[in-house]
Design a protein around this ligand. Structure first.
Ligand code: FES
Length: 126
């Protein structure tokens, strides 16, 4: 395999759009650990099903938003960007679905994959 093939990957039809409604996800058998394909309010994201912390099954975790400071709220924070982050079930590290980045340890961010919708099909490049 050449570097250019590695960089561009191959397209995989992984689901129909109806199979993954908003707020849902599907783990598809790509790579060693699988890839989680998420629908967040109509936008699709694909992320490796592997937590870089200690190897937890990331996509078994729950999605939610992230907290930002808000002095007007009890506790001084409020949740924003509902559903845009996946939290590992083992120790709750959070990863942004769109980018794979984690605020816990940014240098350990994980791989994400391009997703496109082709008619009724969800296609990822991996
Ligand atoms: S293994 Fe995922 S947070 Fe520890």
């Amino acid at each position: 395999m050449t570097n250019s093939e590695l960089a561009h990957g191959r397209e995989h039809v992984v689901a129909t759009v109806d199979e993954i409604p908003p707020g849902e996800h599907k783990v598809v058998p790509i790579g060693r650990y699988g890839v989680g394909v998420y629908n967040v309010r109509g936008s699709f994201y694909a992320i490796a099903n592997y937590c870089p912390h200690e190897g937890g099954p990331l996509c078994v975790g729950r999605t939610r938003g992230t907290n930002v400071a808000d002095e007007s709220r009890p506790g001084g924070a409020r949740e924003t960007r509902e559903g845009e982050f996946i939290y590992c079930p083992w120790h709750q590290w959070g990863f942004e679905l769109a980018t794979g980045t984690t605020a816990v340890k940014p240098e350990w961010s994980i791989r994400t994959y391009p997703v496109r919708i082709d008619g009724h099909q969800v296609v990822i490049t991996a």
